[in-house]
Design a binder for this molecule. Sequence first.
Ligand code: AMP
Ligand code: ZN
Length: 120
Amino acid sequence: MSEVKNHDPECLFCRIIQGEIPSTKVYEDELCFAFRDIAPQAPTHILVVPKTHIASAAEIGADNAALAAHILSALPKIAAAEGLTGGWRIVSNVGDDAGQTVKHLHFHILGGERLSDRMA
Ligand code: AMP
Ligand code: ZN
């Protein structure tokens, strides 16, 4: 159970980080939290989120660049712990055209099989 900065009580991922909604945690540090996607689109499908409520990657800028870099630096550790030696994909949907359904910045890690050649 962790505190979320700029927490939005209505936000699903804020609630997951805070332990109000259960999740399968795979990684956590002081700034980010990672858990298994409830509807996996690959054998390994993990969501990595900051412990700060940021709506999407459209909000990344000079003010939170260090946090964004921290999350990116966590991704290879998580992929290695999952045994994704053959490769993996990072996806971050931004806004309606990309189909973003949860308005809390998240990076999908997908892997565990040969992924589609198409990204969209
Ligand atoms: P996006 O469509 O990029 O906003 O991704 C949101 C992701 O959150 C989807 O892949 C959902 O399957 C996933 N998701 C929704 N609810 C939960 C939940 N309670 N626990 C884990 N993953 C979830
Ligand atoms: Zn949130």
